[in-house]
Design a protein around this ligand. Structure first.
Ligand code: NAD
Ligand code: TYD
Length: 354
């Protein structure tokens, strides 16, 4: 790969994207990093305050579905690598509004693929289109000790996972049909700083702090496999640079938790850090109607990534959760801004309304 690169990171103002932008901007001063984001409710440039002045960083406010604009961005910045994270990402929202998910996740990905293909015109040497996907495309596992591997058949159940599965198919089709140098990864649930507080971990930390009910779907018995977001960003770095073209890698930390057990860990950690008796907030647990089509269990086998590219998670879960809870407790203003929507009006003044 060339030393100097112009890398387009889509969705860089979101949760995982902001960690990827931070890692690339600071680790590779010789690269130009173009962060392209529509700034939906989930995009927040405050996530990148510490890197926004860096010389090798540029922000472009745009919608990935705007194909003409994508062509311009490829041309203007001579993009030779793409790390595509922009997406609608919340399952509950996809149940209420599946159209937005099909638009951004499917049509938006197609628009980027077509822009890459037309801009690169078959000169694929040194180029790379890296698509970030999820383990949810594989469907749901039983409590039988099995794992999702790279060859598990796709079986999505939610409109979110169906839209991500569809985008994965388009990415692979662009390799098989046009030779586009793609790579795809499927990662398990991420947690850590800057996650929008509609997702389980930040929502519950905030609610525990404010003594609000904790809405546990169903019996709380669903299992998720949790990875610290910075470890996901580290994996993306390794795979962007060393992953094999047209290959797929699963990313996960072999770290399965039943929701209710994880929630109790969160309660004990928040209580302790706030000086309350540990477990005092358990009365906030409120069992509510289950999510429609709620996948029972996700579990990723990331052996291939470890064996072939040497990646392993750097943090133990206990350490990651402690850091995460501390971060949300120390960054109440960030949480208040995103829950009140204030960050949107602030950035609207800078970049126009969306
Ligand atoms: P997020 O919702 O926090 O951020 C998504 C970002 O994409 C936001 O900044 C948003 O403004 C931007 N965006 C949305 N629609 C856009 C559009 N049409 N044009 C341009 N930008 C747009 O999501 P996240 O949790 O950071 O997830 C990032 C990616 O990683 C997604 O593709 C998701 O499917 C995948 N993923 C997420 C997880 C997870 O646990 N969060 C796990 C595995 C894979
Ligand atoms: P979430 O963070 O939405 O991620 P995903 O659905 O992509 O796995 O949810 C994680 C788990 O927590 C999932 O099993 C649903 C459950 N959950 C609740 O029980 N209550 C909630 O309020 C939320 C947001 C999630």
């Amino acid at each position: 790969m060339p030393n100097k690169r112009n890398i387009l990171i889509t969705g860089g103002a979101g949760f995982i994207g902001s960690h990827v932008v931070r890692l690339f901007v600071t680790k590779y001063p010789e690269y130009r990093i173009v962060n392209l984001d529509k700034l939906t409710y989930a995009g927040n440039l405050a996530n990148l305050k510490d890197v926004e002045q860096a010389e090798n960083y540029t922000f472009v406010k745009a919608d990935i579905c705007d194909f003409e604009r994508m062509l311009e961005v490829f041309r203007d910045y001579r993009i030779d690598g793409v790390i595509h994270l922009a997406a609608e990402s919340h399952v509950d929202r996809s149940i209420k509004d599946p159209f937005t998910f099909a638009r951004t996740n499917v049509m938006g990905t197609l628009s980027l693929l077509q822009a890459a293909k037309m801009s690169w015109e078959g000169a694929y040497e040194g180029k790379r289109f890296y698509h970030i996907s999820t383990d949810e495309v594989y469907g749901a596992l039983d409590f039988d000790g099995t794992f999702f591997t790279e060859t598990t058949k796709y079986d999505p159940h939610s409109p979110y996972s169906a839209s991500k599965a569809s985008s994965d198919h388009f990415v692979r089709a662009f390799h098989d049909t046009f030779g586009l140098p793609v790579v795809v990864t499927n990662c398990s649930n991420n947690y850590g700083p800057y996650q929008f507080p509609e997702k389980l971990i930040p929502l519950f930390i905030n609610n525990i702090r404010h003594n609000k009910p904790l809405p546990v779907y169903g019996k709380g018995e669903n299992v998720r496999d949790w990875l610290y977001v910075v470890d996901h960003a580290r994996a993306i770095d390794v795979i962007f640079h060393q992953g094999k073209v047209a290959d797929t890698y699963n990313i996960g930390g072999f770290n399965e938790w039943k929701n209710i057990d994880l929630i109790k860990v969160l309660i004990r950690t928040v209580d302790r850090l706030l000086g309350r008796p540990e477990g005092a907030s358990e009365h906030l647990i409120t069992y509510v109607t289950d999510r429609a089509g709620h996948d029972l269990r996700y579990a990723i086998d990331s052996t291939k990534l470890k064996k072939e590219l040497g990646w392993e998670p750097s943090l133990q879960f206990e350490e990651g959760i402690e850091k995460t809870v501390k971060w949300y407790l120390d960054n109440q203003t960030w949480l208040d801004n995103v829950t009140s929507g204030d960050y949107q009006s602030y950035y609207e003044k800078m970049y126009g309304s969306r």
